[in-house]
Design a protein around this ligand. Sequence first.
Ligand code: HEM
Length: 428
Amino acid sequence: MKLSTYEPDALPPGARRLSYGLFCWLNRHTTVLRAFGALLRHWPSVGGRLGLAARASAVRDVLTRTRSFSNTAHAANMVSGDYLIGMDPGPTYSADRDLVHARLASLDVPADSDAEAQRRIKALSGRGAGAFDLIEDYLMWVVFHAMRPLFGAATGAVVAGSTTASAQGDVDEGLQRQYMLEIRYVAGQLLAGSLATLDLRRRAEACGDALQARIDRVSGPIGAAWGVKSASEDIERNAVGLAWISHPVTVQSGALIVQELLGRAKVYEELRSKAGKLGEPGVWTDPEFRKIVRNHVLELMRFRPIFPLLARDVPRDTEMETGARYNAGCPGGGKVSLLSIAAMFDPSAVPQSGRFCPDRDWGKNDALRYLMFGYGYRQCPARDHAVEILTSALIGLLTLPRLQLARGEGKAIAYDGPLMLRMRMRTT
Ligand code: HEM
């Protein structure tokens, strides 16, 4: 079997634009990806020849064999330098992993995400215009406030990129917005992958450099806030990584689940009616309702995962169990791709996999329910925090009058490659 080991820069510009366009189109049309995944589940040997795993058992198997299938596949798309997600296990990986766990332990979700969702919803209702941008006026802020403890007392300095007195405490919202734009394109490159056009890659690199420079100026306050005495390069690597990995992916996931929910009018109406019956403050305090919304968040993410595909490097010759009669050979130096979206719809592991079913009993396959966060040892360490934040965000939206995409004045959703930049909404 021949696995692709192409170098992205070797692609002629036309072929790159075409393949990137196709990649973005597939990202937006997950039903097509799912149909492709169903074919590969049926004929796993075909997938094996292309270096693709689609069955739940195969995807799980690759994700748990962390030494044979390496996360370094991400490294080429990390434009602001190395970080945990693209590293192989070792002392640096272990230290960075401990640090991320310690920083995540300082988060206070759902309290912070509830509070910001309530504040933003109140402001949106007060505006009375009935139109707003889901990403720029809402999700960005809910996630930003939930993530503040990651940098603790140094948040102002990080956002301002400065240690002056004016960067202490709460800094201007304009600067906060600028910071969020910068990290968005850095994270965007991880999503866009090596097919991204060179222009996009250059923009991501410029934002990556700016993020590094910003963190470099404030690594003192960050080290103090974290209570660590490590070398400043360790603080910088972790601070840069945490900045871009935490916020944009969660915001994008929020936009994706709202997009999916609005396409399911009946499900949306049922949730709204439950929220309407509970009213304020019940929607925020009723544990049963929160559980229902949380289950919806997970099921909506299954239909619209932000990472429908994951890649792995193959450091040395090995084999992959695709589910076919014979294992697929994976030559060292190549890559494999995992269609996690296909695995999450594998009927042999997920009962009634094609149905939208938030309260499905996953039985012994419960861990698969979280496959949009990866699987096993390398699974997203912020999984539960992110789900809580998105639950808060969705509860807030359910307290608004009925929402729809604001079509009519141009496109409601503005895309930038696989990223959604804006999502204009209207209440009816
Ligand atoms: C809805 C939001 C999020 C989604 C869908 C998500 C998804 C993922 C996925 C799929 C992976 C595994 C990638 C792989 O195996 O190749 C991952 C890893 C990771 N995520 Fe998240 N993530 C989210 C939010 C966050 C947040 C808020 C943080 C903040 C700290 C974070 C930090 C990380 C880190 C550090 C890793 C690397 C873990 C490792 O390699 O050991 N993620 N995430």
